[in-house]
Design a protein around this ligand. Structure first.
Ligand code: ZN
Length: 529
């Protein structure tokens, strides 16, 4: 009746509904902070200015294996580490104005891997699991099927358009996610020549590390009349794929007796320095800290022989490593020297690895650090000219279960609402809130902060008596149901969170290859120079 009257008199139904609510909502409801906070959030969204579509810069953050459950648990842990109950907080990017759910499957896989998913995000085309920068017409592992199936990536298009480009990862820089930004390979495992089958080398395929160092010349060879200046900022782990298998090339950060893996005796770090004599090559925290962003045009940082350390374990690195936050801030400082703008891809690579190892503490600590890195990007950029997107490549079989009471430690045992002691299961034993469907299962490695230490232990999937175990310890690994040598990815949708020009297209349920098209839409990569 009231709504009909409002329409007849030319007043918007929304307005009359609000007035009606004011009359019938009890005062203790309309003054309740839950009510007023959510009302304020709604009005802010209703009153937000229209978002422009074109950006000068794009920063894409990828949390490898960072499913929605991981976000929820990380936000609770972050709050609890700050002394709050935890559930009410947000990770830095969770307050971005635009969000979508993302379908992650590969062309040939229901539950995907990082190579196929990042290929989709970087090229706009979904492909097979395990391959980099090539279409589904590839035969995985067959070098002869690469030619003619290569895809061009957003990083390559940004280079061609004269933008500055950067790639950062806490994994080996030759690992699947970062490699999909710059390499074409029939197998993600071809990180250096020592990893490649003889047939592939004889057929002329180039290993991934070599493709990184030859990025500029390879791109110019593929595109007629192209003249690019190469990747401007590259930072991560994976030094072993760039050095000869010869102890004489070991760095002061080496852990293995022979650091390098290359069997062709090439030193790709020396090749990079020859190609970019004004560039800076650094391998540790001191070298990183000495970089003056205002005068550095090219930066190549390889901070570990394999993956960089877990954030929780970073203090144990031999020669010291920068954090993901520090690398992100430094990269932006260098890239924004280019007045044309930049495209920066940042991967938090080890959320995935900690989940594979069954260490929620490791995965959540790296997720919180990714949130810090995104905050550094927010602080260093103008939201009117920089599109920031935060997403994942795929999820993990990680769950938040039971009925723990509000504020119960997210890494603790379930204590039901109204209780003070851990709740017991039908087998009489307590159980944790977070856990895994599969993997190596329960292990307690004390104060260990390297999640991968679990791989020297046996498989202990199934129930364990946790009565006297501190499940919040850094070295605790959660129970798993199905015994596997490594916990697996999960196939449900992940999320994308976006702010800045062009972020408004992150809405609904979308295919993962839309990420490329959002970058392209914002930067107009295909038009003009
Ligand atoms: Zn993985």
């Amino acid at each position: 009746m009231r709504i009909k009257h409002a329409i007849l008199s030319g007043v918007l139904p929304f307005t009359i509904a609000t007035h009606a609510a004011a009359a019938v909502v009890p005062a203790n409801q309309s003054s309740d902070p839950w009510y007023t906070d959510a009302a304020a959030t709604t009005s802010a969204k209703a009153n937000a200015a229209a978002t422009p579509e074109k950006a000068k810069n794009v920063i894409l953050f990828v949390g490898d294996g960072m499913g929605v459950t991981t976000l929820t648990a990380a936000r609770i842990l972050q709050g609890q580490q700050a002394g709050a109950l935890g559930e009410e907080g947000y990770l830095s990017f969770e307050t971005f104005p635009h969000t979508a759910l993302v379908k992650t499957y590969n062309v040939d896989a229901q539950t995907p891997d990082s190579a196929g998913t990042m290929t989709a995000m970087m090229s706009g085309v979904k492909s097979d699991a395990g391959v980099l920068g090539v279409t589904e017409d590839i035969e995985r592992g067959d070098c002869n099927t690469v030619s003619g199936n290569e895809l061009i990536t957003a990083i390559e298009l940004a280079e061609l358009k004269g933008l500055a480009t950067g790639i950062i990862s806490t994994a080996r820089i030759t690992h699947a996610t970062p490699a999909a930004a710059y390499a074409k390979a029939a197998d993600r495992n071809w990180e250096d020549d020592g990893d490649m089958p003889t047939a592939a080398k004889e057929a002329g395929c180039e290993d991934i590390a070599s493709q990184l160092v030859n990025f500029e010349t390879n791109l110019e060879a593929r595109i007629a009349d192209a003249d690019v200046d190469g990747l401007d900022v590259v930072m991560g782990g994976g030094r072993r794929s760039f050095l000869p298998k010869d102890a004489a090339f070991n760095s002061n950060d080496a852990v293995s007796s022979v650091e390098g893996d290359r069997t062709d005796s090439r030193d790709l770090t020396a090749e990079w320095k020859t190609r970019y004599p004004a560039g800076e090559y650094v391998i540790d925290k001191d070298g990183f800290d000495a970089i003056d962003a205002s005068s550095t045009s090219k930066l190549f940082g390889l901070f570990n022989e394999s993956h960089m350390q877990y954030e929780a374990d970073r203090g144990n690195d031999v020669a010291g490593e920068p954090s993901l936050t520090e690398m992100t801030a430094k990269a932006i400082d260098i890239l924004d020297n280019n007045n044309n703008g930049y495209l920066l891809v940042v991967e938090s690579g080890r959320i995935d690895h900690a989940h594979h190892a069954g260490s929620a503490y490791g995965a959540l600590s790296d997720t919180i650090e990714l949130s810090n890195a995104v905050q550094a990007a927010i602080d260093a950029t103008d939201p009117d000219e920089t599109l920031i997107m935060v997403t994942a490549d795929h999820s993990h079989v990680f769950t938040i279960a039971g009925y723990p009471k509000r504020g119960n430690p997210i890494l603790g045992k379930v204590v039901n609402v109204g209780e003070t002691l851990p709740t017991t299961a039908a087998d009489g034993m307590p159980y944790t809130t977070v856990g895994y469907t599969n993997g190596l299962g329960f292990h307690h490695l004390g104060t260990e902060t390297d999640a991968d230490a679990v791989y020297s232990q046996g498989n202990q999937a199934g129930r364990a008596d946790l009565s006297s175990i501190d499940t919040e310890a850094t070295g605790f690994h959660q129970e798993a149901t199905i015994p596997l040598g490594s916990e697996t990815h999960a196939g449900e949708d992940i999320s994308i969170h976006a702010q800045g020009p062009g972020s408004q297209f992150a809405r609904g349920v979308v295919e993962q290859n839309m990420v490329f098209h959002m970058i392209n839409q914002a930067l107009d990569l295909l038009t003009g120079e």
